[in-house]
Design a protein. Sequence first.
Length: 225
Amino acid sequence: MGVAENTAEIKARIAQAAKRAGRSQADVTLIGVTKTVEPPAIAALMAAGVYALGENRVQELLRKYGEPTLAGAEWHLIGHLQTNKAKYIVDKAALIHSVDSSKLAAEIDRRAARRVDVLVEINIADEPSKHGVCPQAAEALVAEICRFEHIRVRGLMCVAPFVANPAENRAFFEKMRKIFIDIRRKSLDNGYMDILSMGMTNDFEVAIEEGATMVRVGTGIFGSR
């Protein structure tokens, strides 16, 4: 199947997962992960109604940002952001999903000429190979980042383990939702806490059932790369 057909299937699966959770499909934003995908295929995704696009690497986002055929795209940085590259992205990303330290937040704040929306990344399974703050430190980090003038914390993000059975990640997504709700109840200044970004091609339905408001799907749309 092509991009349009795959996207329609993903949207249908999002709707079904939301319905199972007693939610609306409108409660879930689909982020099309365009890592290594060239503009013609990305344009096909946008023609299918998906304008929120996720890139893992700053360089690749910058390369595609000004592409005329992708006008109207909303770019999300979903991969790890090095402190020394924050200056290149603060005025281009609609949402930075991967803030995991006060040092990175301080650099974003220093470089920003406007309010920058960010998510705090949590290493929900404590995997040594993954970025993100440990779950126990999440609330303190959110509170610290909320003090920066040019940053607005919109919520949390995680990358769950890659598993053969998506149900194995349910406990991690449930834990993310609990942390998200606990922090949201604090009503921190500059902490709107309305986005929970979790779930990818192999487990986004379980993530939606556990409260995800954003899912990041690449392989399910573009195929293996």
